[in-house]
Design a protein around this ligand. Structure first.
Ligand code: HEC
Length: 450
């Protein structure tokens, strides 16, 4: 029974874009200001605050989620300014904070930042150690640090973890489209669910889309060029595209984090950069902040409806629009899935998109995400609510106005097109043969389109 929905073990083209804001209620965290709110912005004042930019950058990224100007999560002191680092330590007043800091980042038993946060890399430790060894001199550096950006408005929980690359990506001047991946491993002692995602975009000029995956193995934290596609074993978790904000899951669902430090959850962020104007030295260090909580009732997941195989003719039909309609009949194995958020996704010439569920038992269609006038520049996760039953039909319709003068096909590049309705649901399908793209992969495994 699983068959019709299973992918065939090929590499599925990656998704370019996605993610955004949706309805759904909060994870119940405290509201308003949190460690990543304005206080954490301390890193930005690195110059005036008297710290060298490289040291300030390490503190901003690895320490200030807790050691903010107003310390959070039980941290005893801020680590934002030169004065903060030169104050006497609370635990050991004979030492200055910066002396204790370099001990604690290398202390296996009482490491800072504490697990599950990643330890400092060797390079980062050296940055701090060199400065410490030089007697922690005051600096007049003027530096802006992207990592201090607060998460977007609209979150009702307080982010307590962050997925961030080890270093900024520097965009080559001559590159048009560039795909870059980095990974972060997470594990928690207690069973934990991710309940909200808040992408924090550093450089909006070159960052076009982000797709967050969960992978079966670790991926380097250093941003490196990667393919536009994704391995079949990568599960999609989230996406960001222009216009979208944070995404909070409903109170009964979350994305689980491993409790086994030997087998952490491997997140991989696939960044799509574009530098059409050939800017010199453009850098990006976007990150994704996460809210977590105790495990919720259901494990969430993402799949995509739509199609991966279509060609939009150069000459538009009468009326100017070319539309495909795809239909998928829900097999018994996938009855009982509850969909709660959807992100209709196309590229530049997309003009309208909708996904609907027609119940086998009769009755009105249920909306699974409709954008009557689609715009590439303002995408979003839409709140939806539908539960599948055997024999229900899920229909996705994508419309384009092809003004390019040439046929346009499905593909990953900005000039190609897509017809994916990313759909968040629970409970998660656990089969290792399952792919998020299976419902859009065409017959015999996915929808039939015409
Ligand atoms: C997730 C929150 C968190 C992060 C991130 C974090 N810390 Fe801490 N830190 C704490 C807490 C809680 C304490 C107090 C308990 C303890 O000493 O272990 C602490 C204590 C310390 C102390 C001891 C202070 C004293 O005077 O006794 C130092 C030094 C320190 N942290 C440095 C760092 C540095 C440097 C980083 C970044 C590389 C960092 N911490 C990141 C939570 C955090």
């Amino acid at each position: 029974m699983l068959r019709p929905w299973l992918a065939c073990g090929v590499v599925v083209p990656g998704v370019l874009l996605l993610a955004g804001a949706c309805g759904g209620s909060s994870s119940g965290g405290p509201s308003a200001s949190g460690p990543l709110d304005e206080d954490a912005g301390g890193g930005v004042q690195a110059g005036p605050a008297g710290l060298p930019c490289d040291v300030a950058g390490v503190l901003a990224e690895h320490c200030q989620s807790c050691h903010a100007s107003t310390p959070q999560f039980g941290a005893p002191m801020p680590l934002v300014t030169w004065d903060d680092l030169n104050a006497p330590s609370r635990a050991d007043p004979m030492k200055k904070v910066y002396e204790l800091a370099i001990e604690r980042v290398a202390d296996e038993r009482r490491r800072m930042p504490p697990s599950p946060n990643a330890p400092l890399s060797d390079a980062e430790q050296k940055t701090v150690a060199d400065w410490t060894a030089a007697g922690a001199p005051r600096s007049t550096d003027q530096c802006g640090d992207p990592t201090d950006k607060p998460p977007p408005e609209g979150l009702s929980c307080t982010p307590d973890l962050s997925l961030a690359p080890e270093s900024a990506w520097e965009m080559p001047e001559a590159a048009g489209d560039e795909y870059v991946c980095w990974g972060v491993d997470l594990s928690k002692e207690q069973a934990t669910h991710v309940t909200a995602f808040a992408p924090v975009i550093d450089n909006t000029e070159i960052t076009h889309h982000i797709v967050l995956y969960e992978a079966p193995s670790a991926y380097s934290r250093v941003p490196t060029r990667c393919s536009a596609g994704s391995a079949i074993a990568w599960r999609m978790v989230l996406g960001w595209a222009p216009g979208v904000g944070p995404l909070e899951l409903p109170p009964e669902a979350g994305f689980p984090i491993s409790t086994d430090p030997a087998r952490p959850t491997h997140y991989v962020a696939q960044m799509h950069y574009s530098n059409p104007t050939g800017k010199k030295g453009a850098k990006d260090k976007s990150r994704i902040d996460l809210c977590t909580s105790a495990p919720r009732q259901h494990e969430a997941d993402v799949m995509a409806f739509g199609s991966q195989s279509f060609e939009i003719p150069a000459a538009p039909p009468a009326g100017g629009r070319y539309t495909i309609d795809c239909a998928l009949t829900v097999p018994a194995a996938f009855a009982g899935l509850h969909f709660f958020a959807a992100m209709p996704h196309m590229h530049q010439i997309g003009v309208a998109m909708s996904t609907k569920l027609t119940p086998a038992a009769g009755g009105p269609d249920v909306d699974l995400g409709t954008m009557p006038s689609f715009s590439f520049d303002s995408q979003a996760w839409l709140p939806v609510s539908a539960t599948t039953k055997t024999g229900d039909v899920i229909r996705t319709s994508c419309s384009w106005t092809n003004n390019t003068g040439a046929p346009v096909r499905f593909g990953e590049k900005t000039g190609d097109e897509m017809c994916y309705s990313f759909s968040m649901y629970y409970p998660r399908i656990k089969s290792s043969l399952w792919s998020w793209a299976a419902p859009a992969s065409g017959p015999p495994v996915g929808a039939t389109c015409n």
